[in-house]
Each structure stands twice: as structure tokens, then as C-alpha cells.
Design a protein around this ligand. Structure first.
Ligand code: VGL
Ligand code: ZN
Length: 221
């Protein structure tokens, strides 16, 4: 496997609120940070995302009378899991993890910013209609393949990989560079959906080994 100008590392939601102790903690979420830092060194093109909700967002349980976090609600665009308040715009919880070190990241996509619509995906909001602009950006940059990493495997990373495929990109999940929430079987379902959509799986070791032999972006040691 080689990766170069047609490849992009897509780093999903490596934010404080998804870390242990955070508002919507993903178990072992912090463990992805050093893995992503290593991987990013062999990609010339890196895009980051931030979950970026206004206060009172429709995906927050606190916005629905009588609702508790991790229940579901029916919103105008369909079923929505209700979450604890998280990643509120411009709060410390919405900031990227302080140890994430990707100085050459070119673009940060902020998603979930419409008050009434969630967006797990970096490409398409939960109404399945409103685009973030990422597909157009990647296409203009000549990207053909995206490598998806970050948090959470079964929500924002999986939805982004599926939508990458739907938009015509090759998509690869780097499984040890992701961690899951795993709510009511969501992780098994995500891997099934990903396989059915033709999303491939690899590991950071395999990618780094491939980079050592082929990748034009690898810094000389
Ligand atoms: C996410 C739930 C709610 C994620 C974001 O980044 O996977 N999950 N908002
Ligand atoms: Zn969110």
C-alpha cells in the first residue's frame, strides 16, 4: 500500500469532551492521540474535524423535557440518540486534545453547528442532505482515498467513512487509531455497515510499514 498526493488522513473529533473524564467520554479515547501523531507524519495531507455544537443543540438530552442521555428521540429528520451536553462551541471541552500534534493539518471541518441537526459525519449532516463541503474540497485537491481515525469508531468515524464511500472516495478505517462508544450494539453494527459499503480496515503498524518502503512524504531518518 502506498499513500501520497491522492491520500488524506481524516482525523475525527479528537476533542477533550470525548476523552476519559470528559462530558461524553469514549473509553480509552486518549489512547488514539499518540497513534494519530505517528500516523500523521507519513501523510502529506491531513484534515481534522471538530464536533461543534451551539448550546441547546437538538442532540443534547437537556434540550428535550423528560429525556435522559443515551435515550433516543424522534427529530424531524429521524431517530436521534440524545447525548450529554458536549463539544459546545468555543468551550474547553470542544478543543482538540492538547497533545494532538499535527502542525501540517490543512483544514478543520466543524460539524453539528446547526442547532436542530446533528452531524456525526464529516461529509453530510444527519438530515442526510446538508453537505459540509468536505467532499468538494477533497475532490478539488485530487484526493481519491481517505484514511479515517479518531473518535468514536461507531459514530463519527464510521459515518464519515461510509459517507466518504458514498461520495466516491476509497475509505480505510485504521482500527487501532479509533476507540468506540459501543451503545446497544453500535460497534458491531458499524463494522457490518462498513464492510458492506466496501470500507477497508488496516492498522497503524501496517500503514507505517508501507510508508517506510513507499511513501514519498516520509521524513528521512
Ligand atoms: C460523536 C456522539 C455525539 C462522535 C459526536 O464524535 O462520535 N458521538 N457527537
Ligand atoms: Zn456531537
Amino acid at each position: 500500500m502506498t499513500y501520497g498526493a491522492q491520500d488524506c488522513l481524516l482525523v475525527i473529533d479528537v476533542q477533550n469532551d470525548f476523552m476519559p473524564g470528559g462530558a461524553l467520554a469514549v473509553p480509552h479515547g486518549d489512547e488514539v492521540v499518540p497513534v494519530i501523531n505517528r500516523l500523521a507524519q507519513v501523510f502529506g495531507h491531513v484534515v481534522l474535524t471538530q464536533d461543534w455544537h451551539p448550546a441547546g443543540h437538538a442532540s443534547f438530552a437537556t434540550s428535550h423535557a423528560g429525556a435522559a442521555p443515551f435515550q433516543t428521540a424522534t427529530l424531524p429528520y429521524g431517530e436521534q440518540v440524545l447525548w450529554p451536553d458536549h463539544c459546545v462551541q468555543d468551550t474547553p471541552g470542544a478543543a482538540l486534545h492538547a497533545d494532538l500534534h499535527v502542525p501540517h493539518a490543512r483544514l478543520v471541518i466543524r460539524k453539528g453547528h446547526h442547532a436542530g441537526v446533528d452531524s456525526y459525519s464529516a461529509f453530510l449532516e444527519a438530515d442526510r442532505t446538508t453537505k459540509t463541503g468536505l467532499a468538494g474540497y477533497l475532490r478539488e485537491q485530487g484526493v481519491a482515498r481517505v484514511f479515517c481515525v479518531g473518535l468514536a469508531t461507531d459514530y463519527c468515524v464510521a459515518w464519515s467513512a461510509l459517507d466518504a464511500r458514498a461520495a466516491g472516495f476509497e475509505a480505510v478505517m485504521v482500527e487501532d487509531a479509533c476507540r468506540a462508544i459501543d451503545l446497544n450494539g453500535s460497534l458491531d453494527k458499524a463494522w457490518q455497515d462498513l464492510a458492506a459499503a466496501g470500507v477497508r480496515r488496516t492498522t497503524s503498524d501496517a500503514l507505517l510499514a508501507g510508508a517506510a518502503s513507499h511513501n514519498p512524504w516520509l521524513p528521512e531518518s
